[in-house]
Design a protein around this ligand. Structure first.
Ligand code: CMC
Length: 371
């Protein structure tokens, strides 16, 4: 039996959701280019596309918009939990626990898709309530008249977003919505394949996304820009970092061997929003790291990935760095649940093998006879 550590190049399902061309740096959701979706679409419409496989007509979009906007509030038990949990808790732990509590509370018999919409609707509320509670700020209840992205920004910052803030939030969520068979999506499928429930699958996704090798690189990338401090320090910083064997965070990808299209799109919006927020110097530093990093690493197929600019984007939108993976989850939940629904249409229990390398036939000794 062949050992495939990391399951590299092992396909576990067929999918009609997302296609990545890692050589050319292209990404498609349901056949639509990420460049078009980022430019013309919004959270609700792209979520509909990923869940249902087609762009919605007006009625379908309105129906989804209503479901997403009327399900945002949390049960009191979860609001109380969020208010009482320790203020320095990891936001991903809080999110995981709150979703688990929602699963306990949800006793209706609606199908997976309906439950997925409800979960997606509530994640921004969980994140924003925790963000404000831990800063001793009053929580801000959801506003049904606002879009998913506008409401997320509003519940977090306590004010309605400007045009650029609203578009940047939408674009950021669209860019993170799905990415084929990554570690967290696979974790969701492992759970779903046992015919467990959708809350349990989503919790598995959150647990996997929490790890620094998956959801945490964007905060590290932002940390680099802050540490560099001035664009004149970039060359020196990169040389020292690479010579000491450290990686450039936000660079490199298992699939993309060229510029990640999501990073390309994010960069344009980061450029605009950092101007509005008075932190354009951080964009200039990032841009210099981007250019010099490519000179150093591009010949090995190592280029900026989505995390390179998304940390700076989330920071500009008001999120604390330890919240970045939770913001990522608020969008990726659409992809997780769409993959679960697709997988269950033709379910097979996921049960791989391990190659045993231990001893067999050892003699059992009673406790008193052991050394
Ligand atoms: N900086 C410097 N060198 C790098 C980097 C980097 N960021 N990434 C890979 N390399 C080098 C690595 O040192 C190795 O060199 P050598 O062959 O001389 O030992 C070679 O490239 C191959 O590395 P690998 O780890 O086998 O490659 P991989 O395809 O498994 O790595 C990666 C993918 C994302 C884990 C890696 O590029 C990395 O650690 N990047 C930094 C962290 C990061 O930005 N993570 C976000 C990933 S994208 C998230 C998403 O899509 O959701």
């Amino acid at each position: 039996m062949e050992l495939r550590k990391g399951l590299e190049d092992v396909a576990v399902k067929e999918t009609a959701i997302t296609y990545i061309d890692g050589e050319l740096g292209r990404l498609y959701y349901r056949g639509y280019s990420i460049f078009d979706l980022a430019e013309f679409s919004n959270f609700e419409e792209t979520a509909y596309l990923i869940w249902y496989g087609k762009l919605p007509n007006e009625k379908e979009l309105e129906e989804l918009r209503i479901k997403l906007s009327t399900n945002r509030e949390l049960p009191d038990s979860i609001i109380n939990y969020i208010k009482e949990v320790k203020k320095d808790a990891n936001p991903m732990d809080v999110l995981r626990t709150a979703i688990s509590m929602l699963g306990v509370e949800d006793t209706d018999n609606s199908d997976i898709m309906e439950k997925s919409i409800k979960i997606t609707s509530k994640i921004p509320t969980i994140i924003s309530y925790f963000y404000r509670s831990r800063k001793n700020l009053e929580i801000i209840h959801p506003d049904e008249t606002l879009s998913h992205s506008e409401n997320f920004f509003y519940m977090l910052n306590g004010k309605k977003p400007s045009e650029i803030e609203s578009k940047s939030m939408d674009v950021s969520l669209i860019l993170h919505m799905d990415h084929e068979m990554n570690a967290s999506t696979f974790a969701c499928l492992v759970v779903a394949s046992t015919l467990s429930d959708i809350y349990s699958s989503v919790i598995a996704g959150i647990a996997a996304l929490k790890g620094p090798l998956h959801g945490g690189a964007n905060a590290e990338a932002l940390k680099q820009f802050i540490e560099i401090g001035d664009k004149k320090n970039v060359e020196d910083y990169i040389n020292k970092r690479l010579q000491s064997g450290q990686r450039l965070m936000g660079f490199g990808h298992r699939i993309y061997k060229t510029y990640d299209p999501r990073a390309k799109i994010m960069k344009e919006y980061v450029k605009e929003i950092t101007k509005e927020k008075g932190i354009y110097n951080l964009y200039e530093i990032a841009n210099a790291v981007d250019e010099i990093g490519i000179k150093e690493l591009g010949n090995k197929g190592i280029f900026p990935n989505v995390d390179f600019y998304s940390g700076l984007m989330f920071y500009s939108l008001g999120f604390d760095p330890d919240m970045f993976p939770a913001v990522f989850a608020s969008s990726r939940v659409v992809g997780w649940t769409a993959h679960v629904v697709e997988y269950l249409k033709n379910n097979r229990l996921i049960r791989p093998k391990a190659i045993y390398i231990g001893e067999i036939g050892r003699k059992y000794l009673p406790l008193e006879d052991r050394q």
